[in-house]
Design a protein around this ligand. Structure first.
Ligand code: SF4
Ligand code: SF4
Length: 366
C-alpha cells in the first residue's frame, strides 16, 4: 500500500448533475477535482455502476485527461452482481480501463462483497483474477468493499489473506449504535489496511437534531457536523483514507478545511460524540444491524440499511440527506420491495416488527 496516502479520499458516487443522475455537471466537477488536487489530495474512488455507469467517464474527462497520471490515484470496483462467468471479469475490467482512459488502476476492488457474492467470486475465480491483473501491472493493489456480517468478513479475510486492503462502511453512528466496530476489529486483527466509506453515513451525520448539534457546536463552533464524522473515522488506527462522496465545491472546501491541518479526535471529543448521540433522538427502530434477519428474506431486502437510514431521518428530520442515503441502497432491496411474508420476524433478536417498520420507512422515502 502507498505509505503516503492522504487521509481524505474523493468519492465520485454523488457528483453534481443536471436533471438526471447520468448527466454529470463536468464543469463543476473539474473545479472540485482541481481544488482537491491543488490541496495535496490524490485518491479518487469510483465504481462501474456509479451514476448509471457515467462516473468513470466523468473522471476520465475531469481528471485523467487534464492531469499527469502520477499525480492522482484511481480506485474502481468490479460489480460482482454482474459477474456470471469468469470471462465477465476481464470484459468488465477492460471496459473500465477504456471508460477511465487509463492503462492501470491504482486500487481495484471487488464491489460490495457479501456471502452470496463471495460464492460468486469463488466460482468465477475473482480473487485469482485480481492477483493476475496485479501481476500484469494493470492494478497496483487489490481489495474488496464489504456489506455483510462480521462472520462473513472473517471468512473472506481468512480464505483470501493476499488481498491488500478492505473498504468498510464505518462511521460513529454505525460503530456506537450498530455493529461496524466488529468489522473494524476484524480488519485490524487480520492486519488489513482500511479504507472507510460512508463516514458521514450517506450525509445523514452532516445534519444532526438540534440537541445533538448543540453539544458538538459548543466545543468547536466553527466546525461542521460532517467534520466531526470525518475526524472520527480518520483518527482510527489502521485507516489509510476516508472517502467522502462530495457533491459540490462547498463540500470539497469544507473537507479540505478538516483535513488540511488534520487534528485527530481527542478522547474528550469522542466523549462529546457519545453525549451528542445520547442528547439526540434515539433510534426509532432499535435495530443493531446484526443482520440475522437477512438469512431468510426471499427478497434480500437490505433491512438493517433501511432502518439505519430511517433512524437517521427520525433523528435529523433531514429528508434530503436521508433520501440520498436511501438511494444508495441497491434497487430491488429497498423498503417498498418487501412482500410482507414475515419470514424475517422470528430471527430478529430485538423483536422488531420488521415488515411494519419497513412499511413506515417506505412511506417516508416514497
Ligand atoms: S417480510 Fe419483507 S423483509 Fe421480511 S422476509 Fe419477507 S420480504 Fe423480507
Ligand atoms: S435481525 Fe433485527 S436487529 Fe438484527 S439486523 Fe435484522 S432488524 Fe436489525
Amino acid at each position: 500500500m502507498d505509505k503516503d496516502m492522504p487521509k481524505l479520499g474523493f468519492g465520485a458516487m454523488r457528483l453534481p448533475y443536471k436533471g438526471s443522475e447520468s448527466n454529470i455537471d463536468l464543469d463543476h466537477v473539474k473545479k472540485m477535482v482541481d481544488l482537491f488536487l491543488d490541496s495535496g489530495f490524490k485518491y479518487f474512488d469510483t465504481a462501474y455502476v456509479y451514476h448509471n455507469g457515467k462516473s468513470e467517464i466523468a473522471l476520465k474527462d475531469t481528471l485523467v485527461k487534464r492531469h499527469p497520471r502520477g499525480s492522482y490515484w484511481i480506485a474502481t470496483k468490479m460489480p460482482m452482481w454482474s459477474v456470471r462467468k469468469a470471462e465477465d471479469l476481464d470484459r468488465i475490467f477492460n471496459d473500465q480501463l477504456k471508460k477511465l482512459g487509463v492503462d492501470y488502476i491504482d486500487y481495484y476492488l471487488l464491489h460490495a462483497m457479501d456471502s452470496g457474492r463471495e460464492d460468486t467470486a469463488i466460482k468465477t475465480k475473482a480473487y485469482e483474477f485480481a492477483e493476475r491483473i496485479k501481476r500484469e501491472g494493470k492494478a497496483r493493489f487489490v481489495g474488496f468493499s464489504f456489506h455483510d456480517s462480521a462472520d462473513v468478513l472473517e471468512r473472506i479475510l481468512k480464505d483470501h489473506p493476499r488481498v491488500d486492503f478492505v473498504q468498510l462502511q464505518i462511521n460513529y453512528s454505525d460503530v456506537k449504535e450498530g455493529s461496524a466496530g466488529k468489522l473494524y476489529d476484524l480488519a485490524i486483527k487480520h492486519n488489513k489496511p482500511i479504507i472507510i466509506m460512508e463516514p458521514v453515513k450517506g450525509g445523514s451525520l452532516a445534519k444532526l437534531d438540534k440537541d445533538a448539534e448543540a453539544v458538538l457546536k459548543a466545543a468547536r463552533p466553527n466546525d461542521s457536523m460532517a467534520s466531526w464524522a470525518l475526524r472520527y473515522c480518520a483518527s482510527l488506527a489502521g485507516v489509510y483514507t476516508t472517502l467522502s462522496g462530495m457533491s459540490n465545491l462547498q463540500q470539497v472546501e469544507d473537507n479540505i478545511k478538516t483535513f488540511k491541518n488534520f487534528e485527530p479526535l481527542t478522547k474528550a471529543e469522542e466523549e462529546l460524540i457519545d453525549r451528542a448521540l445520547r442528547a439526540g433522538k434515539g433510534p426509532a427502530v432499535p435495530c443493531t444491524a446484526c443482520r440475522y434477519c437477512l438469512e431468510t428474506c426471499p427478497k434480500d431486502i437490505a433491512i438493517p440499511d433501511v432502518f439505519a437510514v430511517y433512524n437517521q431521518f427520525k433523528r435529523s428530520d433531514d429528508r434530503e440527506a436521508a433520501v440520498s442515503a436511501y438511494e444508495a441502497i441497491p434497487e430491488g432491496r429497498r423498503a417498498w420491495d418487501c412482500i410482507t411474508c414475515g419470514a424475517c420476524v422470528e430471527h430478529c433478536p430485538q423483536g422488531i416488527k420488521i415488515p411494519e417498520e419497513l412499511a413506515e420507512a417506505a412511506k417516508i422515502f416514497a
